[in-house]
Design a protein around this ligand. Structure first.
Ligand SMILES: [Zn+2]
Length: 250
């Protein structure tokens, strides 16, 4: 009888453990009105080709690092073939069923990959802005500069994962006009828009970073052999593609 009670107690304890949701595992997508999965964003429906809206745009931001070689994913809130392909690549990268449909498993992985402040887990607002605290004084509004930096962070998170999840060294990102002038930056530098990031060699080395960046949505890549870029790799967004790192064969 005593051991039977012990078993019952054990079962009850196991049941409690099972019922209490583990915060480390956000679990399936929650229906509308249910508590957010984290402090940043919660998806309330499965998204597939043909859907549109702000929830699609939030998804696009987080899979912007999976456009395929030389690609740039449009963050337009319309789930078309390019978004489907990006979602599929993201799913493949994390060993999920790769059907290009963003449902509970995909959202669960994205929740795991982001902090409450919306940054991907391995990058911070602070390292993307070593210029000032409020993202002011650039060529776009502070909100836009932050939004641009966030997209670059998600691209870097994808790149980091593709390179074996080793830390990527970030030397800086956003610059105000004053900060840009102080370091002799180009007058039209993407650092003024918040999306440019300067990478240190880290464990990967400059050329490996520059090569890998081509697969993760960076339209601008400058590295060794390009004037002023022998000591870092610069990745950014821009309209039209410009890649130059001659010492790396790029
Ligand atoms: Zn730069």
């Amino acid at each position: 009888m005593k051991s039977f009670l012990a078993v019952l107690t054990g079962l009850a304890a196991a049941l409690v453990v099972f019922v209490v949701p583990a915060s480390a595992d956000p679990g399936p997508v929650t229906p509308a009105g249910v508590e957010a999965a984290d402090g940043c964003h919660t998806w309330n429906r499965t998204l597939s080709e043909g859907t549109s809206g702000e929830d699609v745009r939030q998804l696009q931001i987080r899979v912007a690092g999976y456009p395929g070689y030389g690609g740039v994913l449009a963050l337009d809130g319309a789930f078309g073939p390019a978004t489907k392909a990006a979602v599929t690549r993201f799913q493949q990268a994390y060993g999920l069923a790769a059907d290009g449909v963003a449902g509970p498993a995909t959202f669960g992985k994205l929740y795991e990959l982001q902090d409450d402040d919306c940054t991907p887990v391995n990058f911070t607002w602070a390292e993307l802005n070593r210029c000032n605290g409020d993202w002011s004084g650039g060529n776009v509004s502070p909100d836009q500069a932050r939004a641009n930096a966030l997209v670059s962070m998600w691209k870097l998170q994808a790149m980091r994962h593709a390179m074996g999840d080793r830390p990527i060294v970030v030397n800086g990102g956003f610059r105000s006009v004053a900060c840009n002038n102080a370091v002799g930056g180009a007058p039209a530098s993407r650092h003024l828009y918040g999306d440019a990031v300067d990478l240190g060699a880290g464990a990967q080395g400059f050329c490996a970073l520059a090569r890998q960046a081509r697969d993760h949505g960076f339209a601008e890549i400058l590295g060794p052999g390009y004037q002023g870029h022998d000591d870092h790799v610069h990745v950014a967004a821009r309209s039209g593609q410009f890649w130059s790192a001659p010492s790396c064969g790029i």
